[in-house]
Each structure stands twice: as C-alpha cells, then as structure tokens.
Design a protein around this ligand. Sequence first.
Ligand code: SAH
Length: 357
Amino acid sequence: MSLKNLITKEILKSGPITIARFMEYCLYHENYGYYASKKNTIGAEGDFITSPEISQVFGELIGIWLAQTWIDRGKPKNFSLVELGPGNGIMMRDILHAIRKIPGCLDAASIVLVEKSQILRSRQKNLLIHYSPSWIESVDDIPEKPFFLVANEFLDALPIRQFKKENDFWCERSVGLTDTGELKFINIPSNLNIELNYLYRDIPNNVIVETSDITKNILSRIFEKIARNSGVCLFIDYGYLEGQGETLQAVHKHSYANPLDNLGESDLTAQVNFKSIYNLILRKGLRASNFENQRNFLTGLGIKNRSEILTKKMSKVQKKDHLKAIDRLIGPNQMGNLFKVMGVTNRGSPKLPILEQ
Ligand code: SAH
C-alpha cells in the first residue's frame, strides 16, 4: 500500500475528498505521513527551515518575552510552559536557556509539549530530557492551571478546506480522480451553501476562501482554558488578516512542488487566516494583541543588541553566517515581513510586551 493507493481507495469508495482530508493523509498518516517520516524534515537538510532552526537568538528572545509576561502577571508559582508542535525541540531548548536566568521562573514551570509525531517526540526528548517535559497529543490535556503557550509554524500545518463561489453557488475544492486514475483537484457542489453565503456574502465569484475546522477546534479549547485558568499565548506564523485566496502550498527539498506529487514527502501548509482567529478570541471573551510582523517584534525584543553580543566571541566566518541568519529572521524581504506575531491573554490582565505597547 502507498498513500496514493489509500487515497484512491477512499475516493473510489466515497467520492472526492476534502483538502483537509487530503492534508490529513499526507501529513499525519501513521505510516506514510510527512510527520511520521524518519528523515529530518525540518532544518537546513530537511525540506524547509524555520526561525528557531536559523538562529538560537530566536528562541532566546521568545523566552525573554514569555518570562516578562510571567513577571507582569505576578510570577505565578506553578505554571505550564506549553509549546504546540515543537518540531525538533530547538525553540524550547533556547527558551529554557533564556528563562533559566530569570530567578524563580524555571522552577515554577512544568514543560508541556503538544506533539502528534512519534519521531519528532523522540528528537524533542534528546534535546530536552533534562527538563523532564511531558508530552500530550491533545490540547485538552493541558493542565488546568495558568499557562504560557507558544506556537511557531504550528497553525500553518493544520488542515484547511477550500470553497469557491461559481455562478453564485458554492463549491468545495476537493481531490478526485482523472479517467486514468491520477489524483486531480476538482470542484464539487457544497452542501454548506447557506452557511457560506451568510459568512462570505461579499466574496465575488471564483475567489477561494479557506477555512480550518481543526484550527478553530484546537484554539477554542485553548482559549476556554485561558478564560478558566488565566494565561498567555504567542502565535508566530505566516498568514493574513485581510483578504482571501488560495494559499495551499507544498515544499519539497526547499522548492515549491505540486501538492498532488510526492505524497507524504512534501511539507503541506496553508497561510493562517488570522482574521478568523481574532473573531474567535473575541467570542471567547479574551483579548488579542496587535498583529505585528516578525521584524518589529524581534527588533522590539532587542535582536540587534543580542546579536552584537554574540558576535564578540565569533570568528570572521562565524560572524558572517550569524549576521546572515539574523537578516533572514528580520530582513523585510525574508521572514521579517512575511511572518506575523499575535498574542492572546485575559481581558484586564497586564499589557503584552512589544505587542501591546
Ligand atoms: N515549531 C517547529 C516545527 C514546525 S512544523 C519549528 O518552528 O521548527 C509543525 C509541527 O507541528 C511538527 O512538530 C508537527 O508534528 C506538529 N503538529 C502538526 N499538527 C499537529 C497536531 N494536530 N497536533 C500536534 N502536533 C502537530
């Protein structure tokens, strides 16, 4: 069996599948899914590189931001430090490296890692074992106590659905089969016509709208926990606040690929629809921060100073690489503008550093 056979079998049995179902197969299938892969998927040798993998400074600054929110909230003595989708575990390592220096902070923290992939869990274990983290698969298992949560490039990995109005009738972009049994994208009439008309009344014909049930589901449960226990979330991802459009993308060995090729071997992502997350935050009675870009956020946290201090101990070659890495994180044409940062916390609690000042 291969992923293509499994998907074909399901389509033959029950008809075209949603993009979300297709992404579930390709990302999470227990044998053939991308995150089940034994190869190193994230990092310089993988298919894509993320900010924590580019420079330790990234995770350290996130650690300082989290520690500041902890101090501002009266230094709760027993809290969870939660990461969603920690990948290779590098960001949590660097966060802990930074908060170790803040008196009382590390002692008060229990590290909780929300991770589906067994192979990534074992990578995380190698890096973080000294901090005795616990692993959970569902956000329902985040303990009922104050928590400080961070997620970098987690939301973009969650399955989405795509809808498009054709001649004033909504269709769902799905995956079906050609006459010769190859996978193809196909639009099929949606049975959500009334809901979609209500939600996206002003969207013209032929524009794709993306929704993510799993994102809403996961975030609703997290936000309800914040409302009950108090807490802070920091989301960093590529995404948009306004507008619509098709953003599903496949990346294979650092190049864009057709999502229907190399099943289970490409990283499939979609840009995060932050507007729908803002709506959810309001509905749950919480407070969202400004929507900031990564460049301003990291600059506000002092990336330039921190970077300069590190260069003092570096050789010429190391310094050149280091400065290139910093530019990659904050350069306006690199990740600086594309990546966005959003914080969430309880109404009436202290302002979030950088994002609410
Ligand atoms: N945050 C890391 C990795 C990003 S890749 C970094 O910045 O390098 C996405 C991560 O989210 C992987 O660890 C993947 O296994 C995990 N993941 C994706 N969907 C998940 C889900 N539904 N539940 C738990 N973890 C998930």
